[in-house]
Design a protein around this ligand. Structure first.
Ligand SMILES: Nc1ncnc2c1ncn2[C@@H]1O[C@H](COP(=O)(O)OP(=O)(O)OP(=O)(O)O)[C@@H](O)[C@H]1O
Ligand SMILES: O=P(O)(O)OC[C@H]1O[C@H](OP(=O)(O)OP(=O)(O)O)[C@H](O)[C@@H]1O
Ligand SMILES: [Mg+2]
Length: 299
């Protein structure tokens, strides 16, 4: 019987979400001692342990209470939530934070030589997928009847094997579709990794641990996109420059010794500083532009 004075987090053992999940937890100050079989990692810096599993198992582990939190793709989570709903089971887990990695989309793809007048083109076809629930919901919304062919992997090869006419699978760069002579025609579901928790709150010591972890994760997630922007400009160019930084905190403006009409500015920006933005700022009169990553931030 496990005690409830430690928190147990399930993450993917090996796959696309493993490294970013571990990196995120490390940034939140969690350190682990790896067990010999590398399936369980004992939390050394805090009473928070890790369980390394197949990503498909994570929602179930939370639902049954074997794990307290998990990191999983919304695609897997929503598919399993729909599955539970369809079989009359109560809601058992929910996403509590979007984590900003593992971004991909579940899309319908058809052979390159098909014309695509719209989703009605799928009427009466067989569609290979690992996500029958998400696909069925989308087909219902489109008013299309098609037959799902459920495969757990290598879905893209199904049309060439004659198992299905088209597919519904995860896409990110589109390279896998291209390699299999398929083209993306409709997005069924947009996904990213999320932190998942039980639908019911913890009624014991885990509640405090989870709250602390969430505070730290929020700090890490907000810092991740933030940048400190430093630059100089003529005083009368400042309003136009600040208009180019609508997501910035009110900046610090400093005088420059011996240059009365020039100031140095420091602004914390909450979203990406693209090259385009920097070039626009340079045109508006900014000089000596420096963009620095933010390591930690505590409001
Ligand atoms: N091409 C991609 N780009 C970005 N994220 C992706 C991509 N493919 C999948 N993902 C996300 O990463 C999750 C894990 O993908 P991965 O391919 O590692 O899973 P898997 O093969 O099911 O692994 P497991 O062995 O744990 O079952 C997916 O459920 C999805 O949320
Ligand atoms: O659009 P792309 O960038 O090509 O990515 C899409 C591919 O990525 C995933 O598979 P993954 O590479 O994780 O391998 P898997 O077969 O082990 O799931 C997904 O199942 C697609 O096959
Ligand atoms: Mg899986």
């Amino acid at each position: 019987m496990r005690t409830h004075d430690r928190l147990r987090i399930a993450i993917q053992k090996s796959g696309r979400l493993s490294d970013p999940a571990r990196d995120l937890l490390a940034r939140a100050g969690l350190g682990f001692r790896e067990s010999r079989d590398r399936l369980f990692c004992y939390g050394e810096s805090l009473p928070i342990d890790l369980l390394l599993v197949r990503d498909d198992d994570i929602p179930g582990l939370i639902a049954e209470g074997t794990c307290d939190l998990g990191v999983v793709g919304q695609n897997v989570l929503e598919e399993q939530a729909l599955e539970r709903e369809a079989s009359g089971q109560p809601e058992a887990f929910r996403a509590i934070r979007e984590l900003g990695f593992g971004r991909c989309r579940l899309s319908v793809a058809v052979p390159n030589d098909w014309d695509w007048p719209g989703p009605a083109r799928l009427e009466g076809t067989r569609l290979a997928t690992s996500y029958p629930q998400l696909l069925a919901r989308w087909l219902r919304n489109q008013g299309v009847t098609a037959e799902p062919v459920v495969l757990s992997g290598s879905v893209e090869i199904a049309p060439r094997l004659g198992k299905a006419e088209a597919i519904c699978d995860l896409v990110s760069t589109g390279a896998t579709l291209l390699a299999n002579q398929l083209k993306e025609t409709a997005v069924v579901f947009e996904s990213q990794a999320v932190l998942v928790a039980p639908a019911q709150p913890f009624g014991d010591a885990r509640a405090e641990l989870a709250a602390m972890l969430l505070r730290r994760l929020d700090a890490v997630l907000s810092v991740r996109a933030s940048k400190l922007v430093l630059f100089q400009a003529a005083r009368d160019a400042v309003p136009a420059l600040l208009a180019l930084l609508p997501d910035a905190e009110p900046p610090t403006v400093m005088a420059i010794e011996g240059q009365r009409d020039q100031v140095a500015l420091q602004a914390l920006c909450r979203s990406a500083m693209t090259w385009q933005r920097l070039e626009d700022m340079k045109r508006a009169g900014a000089t000596g532009l420096l963009v620095l990553p933010v390591e930690q931030m505590l409001a």
